[in-house]
Design a protein around this ligand. Structure first.
Ligand SMILES: [Zn+2]
Length: 320
């Protein structure tokens, strides 16, 4: 019988320190990168919400689809018909990634610290921003459930294009619908695959209607050995990524770090009904992980990387 920690952040920290917790798995979503200022796609006021299909290179019928549901921008069938909605909407995000415009947050660093302590078995991330890697986390411990923006390949033939070569073409071939880059072309033109010549080259993000990377499904079974599952910055509504919470054993402690309690429909129980689920409360991911860092006595780890944190995090750690 495993010792049962108290179902709060302090209890979770105790469990992490106890030696009884040997195997930690993590699932992250957009909230992990909020502190980095990453442009948000789904929230009110985010990129989808402010989408202006009339500016996008597309037919009227395609624009109508985007107006009905902005997710059409990243739908597989739309991309095969017309690559510009995807490329034009994502242009600043692609080029910002190349320029390292965004910095890894305390939340990303916490995962690296878990690895340093020998506790991290796997990080499943739904984010495509690749910020996890800035911390030096071992790439083999990271699963990009929805693919990654920083790798580029052809949806037609699979040819892998160097990221910098692709970005150079995005800069010269894709117009700026946000009108912030005066050097962008007035009209968009195709970026053709150097191997098959089809205009299907794009970052390796998983399009809606495409299947997830096969390693994700293979790795789900490993979750059975988890002592602690941390779910951070995700509303747990996107399937099948959200199934991670159901693959852990029945007695695995689950820590939910999200401003609202989520996952009740997946069997997560809060408050007096909770038997093994912990909600970190109405705080941001970075605030919750900073609290955990203090409880774990990992302040020194943060002091060493303080200068690398985004501005929003700098204020939080200045007295550390
Ligand atoms: Zn190709």
């Amino acid at each position: 019988m495993k010792p049962r920690p108290s179902l709060d952040l302090a209890g979770t920290a105790e469990f992490l320190k106890s030696g009884a917790c040997k195997s930690v798995y993590v699932l992250t979503g957009a909230g992990a990168s909020t502190g980095a200022g990453i442009p948000d796609f789904r929230s009110p006021g985010g990129m989808y919400d402010s989408l202006r299909p009339e500016l996008i290179t597309a037919t009227e019928a395609q624009r109508k689809r985007m107006r009905m549901d902005p997710v059409n921008v990243v739908m597989k069938d739309m991309f095969f018909q017309n690559q510009f909605p995807y490329l034009e909407v994502r242009r600043p995000f692609i080029l910002g990634t190349q320029q390292q415009q965004w910095k890894a947050t305390l939340t990303h660093w916490f995962m690296r610290f878990l690895e340093e302590e020998g506790l991290l078995k796997r990080l499943f991330t739904q984010n495509i921003d690749g910020l996890d890697y800035q911390t030096g986390i071992s790439p083999e411990l990271v699963t990009n459930v929805h693919g990654s923006l920083a790798r580029v390949s052809c949806e037609g033939c699979g040819y892998e294009m160097p990221f910098d070569d692709f970005c150079a073409q995005v800069r010269t071939n894709v117009k700026d619908i946000y009108r912030t880059d005066p050097t962008a072309p007035a009209e968009s033109s195709n970026i053709n695959c150097p191997r098959c010549n089809a205009p299907l080259v794009k970052p390796n993000t998983v399009l809606f209607g495409s299947s997830l990377p096969s390693e994700f499904f293979e790795q789900l079974d490993d979750l059975n050995g988890a002592d602690l599952l941390i779910v951070a910055g995700t509303s747990l509504v996107v399937s099948p990524a959200n199934s991670v919470v159901m693959y852990v054993a029945k007695d695995c402690l689950r820590l939910i770090v999200n401003k609202e309690p989520v996952g009740q429909d997946l069997g997560i129980r809060y408050g007096k009904d909770a038997t093994r689920d912990v909600w970190a409360g109405e705080v941001s991911c970075d605030e919750a992980f900073l609290d955990l860092i203090k409880m774990l006595g990992w302040q020194d780890k943060v002091r060493k990387i303080k200068h690398l944190l985004p501005e929003s995090n700098q204020a939080m750690v200045k007295d550390l």
